[in-house]
Design a protein around this ligand. Structure first.
Ligand code: HEC
Ligand code: HEC
Ligand code: HEC
Ligand code: HEC
Ligand code: HEC
Ligand code: HEC
Ligand code: HEC
Length: 320
């Protein structure tokens, strides 16, 4: 009986990782710069673009490289959806061919706009910046590494904070890393190192594919930091988590990383399930005070019924 009970409690606990989130729907968004942006999207919005070749005196069709294509849907669903392309890029990009000089264009960094701004205080950009500067990737800045390399300027949309689906967040976050660590041409842009085979490097992990769907790269590779939701201090490989019991234990490190926000939110809502989740959804250790008491009560009841049954049977026998 108890195992059945546990399974059902567990599955509802998993089922409610759906915090109701207010800022989800983006399909209805209409940008004040929609028309302006079409000046760029007419070429950068799909794989074919057209321009007038003045020497030939006719329209020419050409292919846009995939790296230069921006999906309208993704842009208007992103955190910076309300921007005009020319808020971040020079107005001169409206002319084609683009001037070669534009390649030297300097880009703003996140902190230039978000640093010290009350409105974004909850993200703690300053702490993120400090973590990033201590991380393994920071030394690659000279070769062009920036926050934008993980936060695609045209598509990034916070996931973990607003998520109603843990698996989706895990996939989204891991894809940020795999964009380089499983794509050698992107990796090569930044280092002369040989290709690192991620699957082979993690073959010590049993059920690898299942683990990669249940935890994020940053769980093992980033230093836990309680001042931010997503730790940005990626350590050198020597410091990565390898011991199973760092996660598979009562005080799993996942409670201060992957499950951090979820459990906090649900605590705020005063959700009973939230407490169950906080207390018992520790992988590999389904202990819970309420369940303990509950199971004791059930145990007591069962004993009582058996005794009662025995009592009546004995009496019946005596009466015969
Ligand atoms: C007529 C088609 C066309 C239009 C319109 C156009 N682009 Fe481009 N753009 C291209 C092509 C082709 C490339 C790749 C070749 C190159 O770099 O010139 C490119 C490259 C770029 C690059 C990358 C430059 C680099 O560093 O390599 C940026 C940034 C860019 N465009 C921004 C814009 C913006 C912003 C707009 C709108 C204001 C815009 N483009 C409008 C065709 C276009
Ligand atoms: C929030 C600022 C921001 C906005 C808004 C923005 N871009 Fe960009 N864009 C950047 C940055 C930063 C880069 C350089 C990315 C990198 O270094 O990886 C970039 C790079 C590009 C590139 C070169 C390809 C690439 O991904 O490296 C193109 C093309 C481009 N932008 C077009 C556009 C178009 C078209 C729009 C409008 C739909 C737009 N951008 C809106 C910041 C922005
Ligand atoms: C040019 C200034 C500028 C730059 C550079 C910039 N942002 Fe923003 N960002 C903004 C503004 C303004 C908003 C608010 C947009 C809105 O409300 O529509 C915003 C919104 C956001 C949001 C959503 C905030 C919320 O409350 O939902 C996130 C997350 C974010 N930015 C992250 C970043 C990251 C990460 C970077 C760097 C990779 C970055 N931004 C770079 C100006 C900027
Ligand atoms: C190595 C990759 C990487 C780099 C570099 C990086 N980030 Fe992130 N960042 C992530 C990942 C992964 C997430 C989690 C995305 C999610 O689920 O929203 C994240 C999330 C965030 C968030 C949302 C946190 C929240 O509380 O919701 C902010 C803000 C942010 N990053 C800012 C920055 C800034 C600023 C920089 C540069 C100083 C930066 N990031 C550099 C990988 C990176
Ligand atoms: C834009 C490309 C890019 C992205 C995105 C990226 N990395 Fe990296 N990463 C690199 C490169 C290049 C190196 C090699 C640095 C060097 O030359 O030693 C590296 C190194 C590392 C190392 C250190 C390996 C060692 O030898 O100690 C770890 C760990 C790592 N990355 C994890 C991550 C994680 C986790 C994420 C996602 C949150 C991520 N990376 C995202 C490009 C990237
Ligand atoms: C369960 C913990 C765990 C997870 C999850 C994990 N890693 Fe690792 N990773 C490690 C450990 C431990 C090492 C060190 C292996 C060694 O010393 O050979 C490592 C090594 C690495 C290296 C360095 C390889 C080398 O030899 O230079 C990179 C890069 C890396 N991981 C990236 C990632 C990425 C990207 C993800 C997500 C898809 C990820 N890791 C997920 C624990 C993990
Ligand atoms: C970064 C945290 C982390 C580390 C480190 C870790 N695991 Fe896991 N493991 C998980 C999570 C999360 C799950 C999925 C649990 C769930 O869905 O309830 C899991 C699932 C499993 C499963 C069940 C797999 C399945 O297919 O259902 C086994 C077996 C397992 N881990 C063994 C190990 C062993 C052995 C190690 C050490 C070599 C290890 N784990 C290290 C987080 C971790």
């Amino acid at each position: 009986m108890l195992p059945v009970l546990l399974i059902s409690v567990r599955s509802t606990a998993i089922g409610i990782d759906t915090p109701i989130s207010s800022n989800q729907d983006t399909t209805a968004f209409v940008s004040p710069f929609q028309e302006d942006n079409e000046r760029c999207f007419k070429c950068h919005g799909q794989s074919i673009y057209e321009y007038t070749n003045e020497n030939l005196g006719r329209q020419v069709k050409a292919l846009m490289f995939s790296e230069r294509i921006i999906e309208r849907k993704n842009f208007y669903g992103s955190n910076h959806k309300s921007f005009s392309c020319t808020d971040c890029h020079s107005e001169e990009y409206t002319s084609f061919p683009h001037s070669g000089q534009l390649r030297m264009e300097q880009q703003y960094n996140c902190i230039d706009c978000h640093g010290g701004d009350e409105k974004f205080a909850k993200f703690n950009f300053e702490a993120i910046e400090a973590d990033y500067q201590a991380s393994v990737h920071f030394k690659l800045e000279e070769g062009g590494f920036t926050c934008w390399k993980c936060h695609n300027p045209h598509e990034y949309k916070i996931s973990a904070r607003n998520s109603n689906n843990l698996k989706e967040t895990i996939l989204f976050d891991n894809n940020i890393c795999l964009n380089c660590h499983a794509n050698f041409s992107h990796f090569q842009l930044l280092t002369n190192r040989d290709e690192i085979n991620i699957l082979a490097k993690h073959d010590w992990l049993p059920n690898q594919s299942s683990h990669f769907k249940s935890v994020r790269c940053i769980e093992c590779h980033a230093e836990v930091n309680n001042n931010v939701l997503i730790s940005h201090l990626i350590n050198p490989k020597e410091k990565a988590v390898r011991k199973c019991n760092e996660c598979h234990s009562q005080n799993s490190l996942l409670m201060s990383s992957l499950y951090k926000f979820e459990s906090k939110e649900q605590r705020k809502d005063g959700f009973f399930n939230g407490i169950i989740m906080n207390e018992s959804y520790v992988i590999g250790a389904n202990r819970n005070e309420y369940l303990n008491v509950f199971s004791l009560i059930i145990f007591g009841l069962v004993i009582l019924i058996i005794c009662g049954h025995l009592f009546f049977r004995l009496r019946k026998k005596q009466n015969k």
